[in-house]
Design a protein. Structure first.
Length: 119
């Protein structure tokens, strides 16, 4: 029987793990996607709403939130792929490397909004 699932680089390696672990990995992927969607919503909302924020800082904060959303979405895919492949090959799972970058980015973008309100 051939395995036609995508991506072949993941599903073509090793042996099938316990479905519970694959489903947990998928839930984590979806949580990162949900986070990315929330960051896009914040970025669009900051720019679209008539908030009393300095226009330049408002735009920079909005772009920062959208870029953080892209980072979260890319991380979701890469992390899912790496963890699924690791489970199939019996290796240790990769750690969270992007979380700190996202936290710092959100804090800085929120700080821009706070500063922009007083300019």
């Amino acid at each position: 029987m051939t395995d036609n699932r995508f991506p072949r680089s993941v599903y073509g390696a090793g042996s099938e793990p316990d479905p519970r672990f694959s489903l947990a990995n998928e839930r984590t992927f979806l949580a990162w996607i949900r986070t990315a969607l929330a960051l896009v919503a914040v970025g669009v909302g900051v720019e679209a709403l008539a908030l009393p924020i300095h226009p330049v800082l408002r735009f920079i904060a909005a772009v920062a939130f959208v870029l953080l959303a892209v980072l979260a979405a890319v991380h979701a895919w890469l992390s899912w792929r790496a963890n699924e492949r690791s489970m199939r090959l019996g290796r240790a799972l990769s750690g969270q490397t992007v979380s700190l970058v996202l936290v710092i980015g959100v804090v800085l973008a929120t700080g821009l909004i706070a500063v922009g309100m007083f300019l």
